[in-house]
Ligand binder design. Structure first.
Ligand SMILES: [Zn+2]
Length: 223
């Protein structure tokens, strides 16, 4: 078992999940899976000067992506001060969907971001893929998805953190993604949902439990 981000071989429990966090770089399971997916479905497809948008650029992935992507690597967040290593541009969604023109990015990356955006999740996905160039790809993860029902949202309208924690499992989560996410992406016009290609054997190598940290890879039709 090893961390594909830093090469570390020791992991610790986080919120009851064994081997969740790498003791060297602090990566969680989803970050290690993310890099695995990027190595196969992102890096080999990027041409010279490609523009890649990373929302909420966690430090462990930021370091790798900044080195691999160079000047075309663009980071944003609603609260830039949370990511001082990256100095991200302030982009507050859903208000700032006009911050970039349509067809601007070769790739858009985000992990556990969509559950923090107020409003309706389908509008957010539609807004993000609008920023993709033809042939561009969006690669992302969310908590869950929880398989036994449709996405539940509206957390921004609850009066307290305690109620969000109770209903959405974290004080600052506005929704719980359910079993309607995957069909929505599969049917989303203008592109196709690809497999993340991660096997449970590969998960085991990265200290990730079977079936956990599934990724969504949506590629826009080439022009
Ligand atoms: Zn590590």
């Amino acid at each position: 078992m090893h961390c594909n981000i830093c090469g570390g071989t020791e992991f610790e429990v986080y919120r009851g999940r064994p081997n969740e966090v790498c003791t060297v770089c602090g990566s969680k399971a989803r970050h290690r899976i993310a890099l695995d997916v990027y190595e196969r479905l992102l890096f080999p497809h990027l041409g010279e000067g490609a523009r890649v948008l990373h929302l909420a650029p966690r430090d462990c992935l930021f370091d790798v992506l900044a080195e691999r992507l160079g000047a075309g690597y663009i980071t944003t967040d609603a609260e830039p001060e949370r990511y001082p290593h990256a100095s991200p541009k302030e982009v507050v969604l859903p208000d700032d969907f006009d911050k970039f023109p349509a067809g601007h990015f070769d790739a858009i990356l985000h992990n556990h971001v969509l559950e923090h955006i107020p409003g309706h999740w389908k509008d957010h996905l539609t807004g993000l893929v609008r920023w993709l160039k033809p042939g561009g790809v969006m690669i992302f993860s969310i908590p869950g998805p929880y398989r036994d029902g449709p996405t539940v949202e509206g957390g921004e309208h609850l009066p307290s953190d305690a109620e969000r924690l109770e209903k959405f499992l974290q004080e600052d989560h506005f929704r719980l993604f359910g079993n309607d996410l995957e069909p929505f992406l599969r049917d989303l016009e203008g592109g196709e949902l690809l497999s993340d290609g991660v096997t449970d054997e590969r998960r085991a190598e990265l200290g990730v439990r079977p079936g956990k940290a599934p990724f969504f890879v949506w590629r826009k039709q080439a022009a």
